[in-house]
Write a protein that binds this ligand. Structure first.
Ligand SMILES: *Cc1c(COP(=O)(O)O)cnc(C)c1O
Length: 432
């Protein structure tokens, strides 16, 4: 498969090169040159396929022959080492739980897949070292740290905004050691993301083999299609138009869901649900893409003012608002609305939603009201235990601590504080 840069000013590359580079030399995100729908028979028989078979069918064309079939099947099997249940909340409304992986966030899927692809590409070059550089608003760091821990030939450097991630999230990315380093940035998420982008384009760092493990990297982004297929498999028998709502920050998850539809998955409607960071809802209202600095909310993993994947979504809709209107909407919700939803969900169904999932639920309900007879899923993107500061007092409960979290709670935080790009550059120049 060939990938082109969405800035249209860089050479086309293979899957391998796109994964290793992360961002194209012209700062553009890579995008697949072709998207070929799967045969109808794939969907007719989807309920007879295992998750691994479905994932293989969905992603194979994007990799082509750059990873042999058996290796790719093994990468997928190692990636999907946990469950993706859908839980009925109320009539026709389901939560797709994506938090049963090692760090209890959906990002485990993309991070595990990408780490294994990179390990495959490095298999015959023991002297090559790649540095994975990643900015996190919360959950990416932990998932990437866990997914890449101990992967040979790869150093991981994680930038996170000081004081703006939860205690559990911070421990997940600062306590592992080995090939993982956490840099604590005096700033907000967008500052971290800007520094990372700058490093990729810095000529002085060219020979450091930097790549990104944010959803700008295709190997992090594309596997996020998998669980939309798994959800469809479980709901197909209902035979109703399906609405999918993704709580959205960098818009990688929702973009992967749209890709799943382009492969033929029958999704009737998409909802990108956001918190107060409403750049995309505003775009859909007036056609102007006007990013703002991010503001802090209780759904902190979505505190993104300039969502990096939106450019891919614009490509998929040919930059045409009238195309968006056919199957895409985006709504913004306040923290108060989110808290009310968490309470209502708990009172009505006993289900404990965390703030991101609750934003997804709100967007889903809003859109479903316009489509009688539809069925909807919202993505529950993290486990409530990652946000106990919000969840416990609001719902008046004490959460049980799952094993995955217990294992990091007692560990000591290790981070390096930085506040400028030059400090990052210094660090990268003297490592690896
Ligand atoms: C990263 C994250 C999101 C946002 O996902 P995007 O793909 O960036 O839109 C939502 N919820 C949680 C818990 C996350 O960690």
């Amino acid at each position: 498969m060939t990938y082109y840069s969405l800035n249209h000013n860089a050479p086309e590359v293979s899957f391998r090169e796109a994964v290793i580079q992360g961002l194209a030399p012209d700062k553009g995100l890579y995008f697949p040159k072709t998207i070929t729908p799967l045969p109808i028979s794939f969907f007719e028989h989807i309920e007879t396929l295992t998750n691994e078979e479905i994932a293989f069918g969905a992603i194979r064309q994007f990799i082509g022959n750059e990873i042999p079939e058996n290796e790719l099947r093994q990468i997928i099997a190692d990636t999907l080492c946990f469950d993706f249940p859908i839980v009925k909340m109320e009539e026709n409304v389901y939560s797709l739980e994506l938090f049963h992986g090692p760090t209890m966030a959906f990002k485990d899927v993309g991070a595990r897949f990408m780490a294994r692809c990179l390990a495959y590409f490095n298999r015959n070059n023991p002297e090559t070292r790649n540095t994975v550089l990643v900015a996190t608003s919360g959950d990416t760091g932990g998932a990437v740290a866990s997914g890449f821990l101990g992967v040979k030939g790869v150093d991981v450097v994680i930038l996170y905004p000081a004081g703006k991630v939860s205690d559990v999230q911070e421990r997940q990315l600062t306590t592992l050691g080995q090939n993982i380093t956490a840099l604590e940035v005096d700033g907000v998420f967008d500052d971290c993301q800007d520094m990372v982008k700058k490093a990729f384009l810095d000529e002085d760092l060219k020979n450091h083999n930097l790549t990104s493990a944010n959803s700008i990297n295709i190997a992090r982004w594309l596997p996020q299609m998998f669980y939309i297929f798994f959800a469809y498999k479980q709901l197909k028998r209902e035979n109703k138009p399906l609405i999918v709502s993704c709580p959205s920050g960098n818009f990688g998850n929702i973009c992967a869901a749209i890709m799943a539809k382009r492969l033929g998955l029958p999704i009737a409607y998409f909802v990108a649900s956001t918190n107060a960071n409403d750049t995309v809802p505003r775009f859909l209202e007036n056609g102007k893409y006007a990013p703002k600095s991010s503001v802090a909310t209780i759904s902190n993993a979505m505190d993104v003012g300039n969502p990096s994947n939106f450019i891919r979504i614009q490509e998929l809709y040919h930059n045409d608002l009238s195309e968006f209107e056919k199957d895409f909407s985006s709504f913004s919700f306040t923290d108060d609305e989110t808290k009310s939803a968490m309470k209502a969900i708990y009172e009505n169904s006993g289900y404990i939603a965390e703030p991101h999932g609750a934003v997804g639920y709100l967007g889903l309900k809003k859109e479903m009201a316009k489509h009688p007879g539809s069925i909807g899923i919202f993505l529950e993107t993290a486990h409530p235990i990652k946000f106990p500061e919000t969840v416990e007092p609001l719902l008046g409960i004490t959460l049980d601590i799952p094993e995955q979290i217990k294992s990091v709670l007692g560990k000591e935080k290790k981070s390096l504080k930085i506040s400028t790009y030059n400090e990052l550059k210094d660090f990268l120049s003297h490592s690896g």
